[in-house]
Design a protein around this ligand. Structure first.
Ligand code: GDP
Ligand code: MN
Length: 396
């Protein structure tokens, strides 16, 4: 589950990580008020208006704007709120901006120049431990830095039993070229950041930029936070922050029905039990000249109710020209699944796309007979090859 920047920053702050302070706003008038408050309470003359959507690269898409006065901030708020923000990480249509975070200006020149760093924490699957990735070249082009000057991106792996050790923290601060107050500040920042990452069962913390201000304070200016879905039951406070507006609506319906569904761009819907079989089915669709419209794993209990829900989800995609049901009846008997398909078909009514059902396993022959005799516009197959031929036939 992804958090918005404002939620991620609050989470960091609760673990003692210093952040660029901000106020969440939903209207241009609220933006004006917030800018005024940051002036009086935080002594920040200008402010930054930042679109809150689940996508990075907002600055490049015009979703992060500096405003020297509260009046200007209101104008920026007007521009950004309600816009379809297109960034390198969104679709071409972009994402609707429903709220903005109005932040104090953290880049005020002073005793020393502000400097942007990059710091992230994530799991290194190959090394089976967490890794802190960091660089002196923070800001909006870290992907380019990683590609063109990879020696400027450092990694520190963390032993899961020993945790992050002080010498590792020192090494990070040293490699970032810090000394004095900024060194101490960065030590505290990295230590608290890793503590927050572990305690919240996160799968990603990306702080870019992490800023050294002109007074040598280290703060998080941006925060991209993902929490491991499998651990959400331990964090009801975080789960409550889930913003379903940011997620694909059919994927939300599917996850509520406990179906593993990922929408894709093709024309053949698939309903399969088991992730491995689902992948193989998608390959087979591709080989027979179609493109999978989705990944959908109905799981072990492919009963009528789940089959019906799955049909509804697949059919809500207007690109779907055919549906391939590929179910292996191991624990669940094929005749039960066939009855589920027939019931779902009758309940939904008016299904205009051809459905190819391939049931293999216990009672597969009975299942095929039931479907063939149901009088519905459903093609049945037992062999995968037959099913592939049918897909090809109905698409042509
Ligand atoms: P992203 O583009 O989605 O990663 O959004 P960020 O939160 O990283 O903001 C983008 C850029 O806005 C940063 O890299 C900064 O250059 C700039 N920015 C953010 N906060 C401030 C600020 O307080 N003052 C100024 N002048 N620029 C800021
Ligand atoms: Mn950023």
């Amino acid at each position: 589950m992804n958090l918005h920047e404002y939620q991620g920053k609050e989470l960091l702050k609760s673990y003692g990580v210093k952040i660029q302070e901000g106020i969440l706003c939903h209207t241009p008038d609220e933006v004006f008020e917030a800018a005024n408050r940051l002036r009086t309470e935080r002594n920040s003359e200008g402010c930054v208006v930042k679109a809150q959507v689940h996508a990075g690269g907002r600055g490049k898409g015009g979703g992060v704007k500096f405003a020297p006065t509260p009046e200007k901030a209101r104008e920026k708020g007007q521009d950004i709120l309600g816009m379809m923000l297109v960034t390198p990480q969104t679709s071409a249509a972009g994402k609707l901006v429903r709220k903005v975070l109005v932040c104090e200006d953290a880049y005020i020149p002073g005793a020393s120049d502000p400097k942007e760093f990059y710091i992230s924490v994530l799991m290194d699957r190959a090394k089976k431990c967490d890794v802190i990735i960091y660089s002196t070249e923070g800001g909006m082009d870290i992907e380019k830095v990683a590609e063109e000057t990879p020696h400027l991106v450092h990694k520190e792996w963390i032993d899961p039993l020993l945790g992050l050790r002080p010498f590792q923290v020192n090494k990070i601060c040293f490699n970032l070229g810090l000394s004095g107050t900024a060194f101490k500040e960065m030590s505290a920042f990295v230590t608290s950041l890793y503590k927050a990452y572990v305690a919240s069962d996160a799968s990603l913390f990306e702080i870019n930029p992490c800023l050294k201000t002109s007074s040598d304070t280290i703060i998080a200016v941006d925060a991209k936070v993902s929490i491991d879905d499998n651990a959400l039951f331990r964090h009801p406070d975080l789960e409550a922050q889930r913003d379903k507006d940011e997620e694909d609506p059919t994927e939300v319906i599917a996850s509520e029905a406990d179906l593993n569904y990922v929408k894709l761009d093709g024309n053949v819907g698939c309903m399969v039990n088991g992730a491995g079989l689902a992948m193989a089915t998608m390959d087979m669709i591709q080989l027979s000249g179609g493109e999978p419209a989705n990944f959908l794993d109905v799981g072990g209990t492919a009963n009528a109710e789940r089959v019906e829900k799955a049909f509804n989800i697949i059919l809500s995609d207007p690109n779907v020209k055919a549906i391939l049901v590929n179910i292996f009846g191991g624990i669940v008997r094929c005749d039960r699944v066939a009855q589920g398909v027939i019931d779902a078909y009758n309940n939904i009514g008016a299904i205009n796309v051809p459905i190819i059902v391939r049931l293999q396993g216990t009672n597969a022959d009975i299942a095929k007979k039931m479907i063939d005799e149901s009088g519905l516009k459903v093609y049945s197959a037992i062999e995968l090859k037959e099913a592939a031929e049918l897909v090809k036939k109905v698409l042509s």
